[in-house]
Design a protein around this ligand. Structure first.
Ligand SMILES: Nc1ncnc2c1ncn2[C@@H]1O[C@H](COP(=O)(O)OP(=O)(O)O)[C@@H](O)[C@H]1O
Ligand SMILES: Nc1ccn([C@@H]2O[C@H](COP(=O)(O)O)[C@@H](O)[C@H]2O)c(=O)n1
Ligand SMILES: [Mg+2]
Length: 477
């Protein structure tokens, strides 16, 4: 560990050159921006990426019916439906003469490039003009319908899972799986009654194109589905579960969809109010301390909620048995010096007598070389660790700290990393660290706020350090 003692190094860190969060090192990769302060999350600005649902399945399986049911249940959300049918190529005059030989169930019947570009624009929050396809004239009218961006976009059609680029845009893929006889019966009814077609032509088309295309192109895409709905619109339970899932996802930050081990505490006006105070440069230090501490307690409480519990029975004062839970006792905190120390008080307040270790990532000179000093509980390998650092910026110090804990034998799944403010880069860097991938279960992150990627957290770090100094003064009084 070098010539200096842990205490010497920890003391020295009380100076002004703290490098717990390296903002000037080689790993700083925030996108070029002159912004000094973190911007608010996309969620709060109303620019959250829409949740895209793909609904595939054979013709007349009930895709449109299922979509309508989902839309009806999500009536308090902004939902827009796009159907692949709008992207059928119009038939040329020559093709029209031989319409009975035209395969409407083949992937080439659709203008997939146009559909893809429309979906990409919608996913990025841009309005699009989509064509209108006329089933009677077999003609397509370009730019016939304006589709505005929404919170939820449903793309429905027999072959919406065929193109991998379209699939990649989808957050949820549903396959409506309805018996072939039912599909054929519905098709006959629909094409003869609604479309006024001749029954012989309908049956010929079915055996010549519809059935083979189902087997060759549609059924093979069932494997891409996240959810398969037997009986389509008759399956109320499946629709309810889907709607519930969509609601949960809509309430989450986009990053949670990518990193399932990231927990962003659901915001309330109370939380936003406290954030507003501590982000205001004009806020007095004692208010900053008070509200930062309240927010930190929230993160700590949420973090504790991720610890494993075991069942415990107690006898109540009335003599009855109450079956409750008790949480893991083998717990410790580890703060990344110095900013992490600002979270220690909150942790002590929530967990009486908890052991708290320390890690210091100390930058030597300007060559980017780092030394790590640590003072950790000897039996840390057997403990769950609440790792404390209020700001996750580049992810550099978090990576060092988590790597050290893993080297000490802590199981990755037993690490809960607690932050007040996290930048997407930090989450990404920390979550994709190679030596961590050996673990079956990833460590968790609990954070109160995700800021945009283009931010410089230096002013924040200064504030947190000031916070620490004040805490230290308070504790001396
Ligand atoms: N569960 C159901 N019970 C009875 N009829 C249904 C059911 N689901 C759909 N249909 C009918 O079957 C036909 C095809 O359904 P639709 O939802 O349009 O299928 P798709 O969009 O897959 O072609 C429609 O006439 C619809 O009213
Ligand atoms: N001019 C057309 C275009 C398409 N079809 C058939 O529609 C089916 C797809 O629509 P769903 O609502 O059932 O998914 C497909 O099987 C095509 O054969 C058509 O008959 N005429
Ligand atoms: Mg349909």
């Amino acid at each position: 560990m070098g010539s200096k003692s842990v205490d010497e190094v920890l003391d020295a860190a009380a100076g002004v050159h703290c490098s717990a969060l390296r903002l000037d090192g080689p790993n700083v990769q925030f996108s070029a921006s002159s912004e000094e302060e973190p911007t608010t999350s996309g969620l709060e600005n109303g620019h959250q990426e829409p949740f895209v649902i793909g609904v595939a399945g054979g013709a007349s399986s009930g895709k449109s019916t299922v979509c309508k049911m989902i839309i009806d249940q999500l009536r308090d959300q902004r939902v827009v439906a796009v159907t692949q049918e709008s992207f059928y190529y119009g038939l040329t005059d020559e093709e029209l003469v031989h319409v009975h030989d035209y395969n409407f169930d083949h992937p080439d019947a659709f203008h997939t490039e146009l559909l893809l570009s429309c979906m990409q624009n919608l996913k990025h929050g841009k309005a699009v003009d989509i064509p209108n396809y006329n089933f009677k004239t077999y003609k397509s009218v370009p730019n016939a319908r304006k589709v505005n961006p929404s919170d939820v976009i449903i793309l429905e059609g027999i072959l919406v899972f065929h193109d991998s680029r379209l699939r990649d845009l989808m957050n949820m893929k549903i396959f409506v799986d309805t018996d072939a006889d039912v599909r054929l019966t519905r098709r006959i009814r629909r094409d003869t009654i609604d479309k006024g077609r001749d029954i012989k032509a309908v049956l010929d088309q079915y055996s010549k194109f519809v059935k083979p295309a189902f087997e060759d192109f549609i059924l093979p895409t069932k494997k891409y589905a996240d959810i398969i709905i037997p009986r389509g619109g008759d399956n109320d339970v499946a629709i309810d579960l889907i709607v519930q899932h969509i609601r949960t996802k809509l309430g989450q930050h986009d990053l949670c969809k990518i990193h399932p081990n990231l927990y962003v505490i659901q915001t309330t006006y109370q939380i936003r109010g406290m954030h507003t105070i501590i982000r205001d440069a004009a806020t007095a230090t004692h208010d900053f301390i008070f509200y930062a501490d309240r927010l930190i307690r929230l993160v700590v409480e949420h973090g504790l909620g991720h610890l494993p519990f075991q069942e415990k029975q107690v006898i109540t004062p009335t003599g009855s048995v109450y079956t409750g839970v008790e949480f893991s006792k083998r717990l410790c905190g580890v703060s990344v010096i110095r900013s992490g120390e600002s979270m220690e008080n909150a942790l002590r307040a929530c967990c009486k007598g908890i052991k708290i270790g320390k890690i210091l990532i100390h930058r030597e000179g300007d060559n980017g070389q780092q030394l790590i000093y640590q003072n950790l509980p000897k039996d840390i390998a057997n403990r769950h660790v609440l790792l404390l650092d209020p700001i996750l910026g580049t992810g550099n110090s978090a990576v060092q700290a988590i790597s050290l804990l893993l080297k000490k034998g802590v199981q990755e799944a037993n690490i809960i990393f607690l932050n007040l403010i996290s930048a997407p880069q930090g989450v990404h860097v920390t979550d994709t660290l190679e030596q961590m991938i050996i673990s079956h279960r990833r460590h968790s992150f609990v954070t109160i706020k995700i800021v945009s990627g283009s931010c410089d957290m230096k002013p924040w770090l200064r504030r947190i350090l000031q916070f620490l100094r004040n805490l230290y003064q308070h504790s001396k009084l």
